[in-house]
Ligand binder design. Sequence first.
Ligand code: F0G
Length: 350
Amino acid sequence: MRYNGLIDKYREYLPVSDSTEIITLCEGNTPLIKADNLARKLELDCEIYLKYEGSNPTGSFKDRGMTMAVTKAKEEGSHAIICASTGNTSAAAAAYGAKAGLKTYVLIPDGYIALGKLSQAMMYGARVIAINGNFDNALDAVREISKNYPITLVNSVNPYRIEGQKTGAFEIVEALGDAPDYHFIPVGNAGNITAYWKGYKEFFNLGKSKQLPKMMGIQAEGSAAIVKGHKIDAPQTIATAIRIGNPASWKQAEAARDESKGTIDMVSDEKIIEAYNLLASTEGVLAEPASCAPVAGLIKLKDTIKPKSKIVCILTGNGLKDPDCAIKYAKSPVEKTTSDIKDIVKLMGL
Ligand code: F0G
């Protein structure tokens, strides 16, 4: 039977009824790639899996939450949606907004969103408003606007977003036959770590898994509010997707960490870029910089990992979202020559 998106697949665990009109782009059902080359390179006697959320229809995990949030907005009679975004949420909101026929407004920090994401929101027909401020300022603004005007907020403070995103945990449990031992995930606004932990707990309570994973949240050093224990007024990181100084789901992320006996740690931009290159060159997997933070986190914490463990890293967004970064940090440069075969062969060293 044709796969028809995650609400259709997991409807018994989601807040929909038989009469709900589902807004879907067939999101979810993403690959869980076994990363043996990476395990060997890290000298880790473990099974590492990469949950490649970049293969969602708009290229990030946000589609999981957005199918739910937009489905419910439509069901509740809303005509417009709004979000603040570092890029991926805006792309997903714009796409699902287009599919649902809703007016979509997205607020982004001017100059700090990757080009792929910006081009998506523009193409899907959203009103793209770039503010002279960061993500945290944009989130404050859209919270206020949605309170005062008939516009549905579709950031992850909307509980339907979390409902949709928890299905990532369901897919992992189904693919591995149990929850993994460790779940590494980037932390920005902290919705996704909240959602995965909810999903793992639900499947555990239903007897579908025998264990719960340790939740290993990874922030970027310049934006590591939770790790440092205070808000960051001017967050910085090359991983613009997680350039956030005051995560909305801060408390829930701490609860996931504490209940699972996991950790929330941070990695430098330099280590993120190392992981970015390593993933692409050893596994053939290009994920955007923020998505490589969990891999950098795994490298940082590898001596604390029990041998023979199963480890899942959530690669939240597609590397093609941020071509500027790829071209800037790729290890191998473009080599130029003439169209003469002799010159080409000479350059190749044959
Ligand atoms: N990875 C990517 C690629 C993201 O786009 C985000 C968040 C995260 C990780 C962090 O997830 O916020 O649930 O902790 N991006 C949001 C956006 C903020 O606007 O696209 P989180």
